[in-house]
Write a protein that binds this ligand. Sequence first.
Ligand code: SAM
Length: 307
Amino acid sequence: MARRHPRNDDPLSAASGRVSKSAAPRPTGGSSRAARPRTFGNLPAPPKSVADGALEHYEHPAYYDRAYAARSADVEFYVEQARGVRGPVLEYGVGSGRVALPLLRAGVSVVGVDHSQPMLDALKRGAAREDGLLERLRLVRGDMRSKRLHQRFALVIAPFNVVLHLYTRRDIERFFARVHEHLTPRGRFVFDFSVPRCEDLALDPERWWGGSRVSHPRFGKRVKYAERFHYARMTQVLTTWMRFTGDAATEQAVLTHRQYYPAEMDALLHYNGFVDCRWAGGFESEAPNQAADTLVVNCRSGRSRSR
Ligand SMILES: C[S@@+](CC[C@H](N)C(=O)[O-])C[C@H]1O[C@@H](n2cnc3c(N)ncnc32)[C@H](O)[C@@H]1O
């Protein structure tokens, strides 16, 4: 399991440390087509394989749930945010329901969007196991950058690094546009993401870290687990390869996370029309200071007045 992703709280991570191209053409200007923000100037675009890293890690929800079972502060935080909110909460990247199931148990109705069918299936099974949850859950399989629900919400959330699966400026612009469309005029958008740390990004990409024994994601057998990291400085994408080595075979999965620096995210929010942004350096409303591993953002749409 990727060290960078779970940070300190991955019980399966063997690693001791704290980690969890093509050149596109330069816009020629002039025509409106050339002015569309699809290109990266002469910065390299992330390779297509980056998209695999938004799916492979989520192929095995049981393993995901086990890996992050100890992570609870964020769950309590999001449940608290949702208490008293009128109407359903929209969760982007709802996954297997690590946050959604506690929300449902707290009496909140949830609309969940995710592109991973295995994660959505796991959430549905989880909700079906308890009385009264499934009726308040609506699941939508789709891409958070494009899915339109034709409904507005007083609270939109994207817990646990969901935004790190937005790899380019275009990705984040499309996603933020969807968030605007789905917020009520006074609605709040709340999300969190891990703060990049230079030392995590400077690890030798050739070296495998870890090597302890964990349960295999699917078969439950004990296998050797190791991770390797590569940070692409121009695209700011951190790729983590997770390797499971058993007696007979070796399997690998990839996880890709765009790294967002705090001031960069602040600018993106500002220039994409979000206002009244309140930042915390964790789930206990800590000030965002030098020690913060995670940033939590609570903002609202500045476009609501014109709607
Ligand atoms: C780290 S998990 C978070 C799941 C859940 N929110 C939680 O806190 O456990 C990220 C989720 O985002 C989903 N995801 C990644 N890229 C996506 C996209 N473009 N559209 C929809 N879902 C996406 C993944 O399938 C995964 O379920």
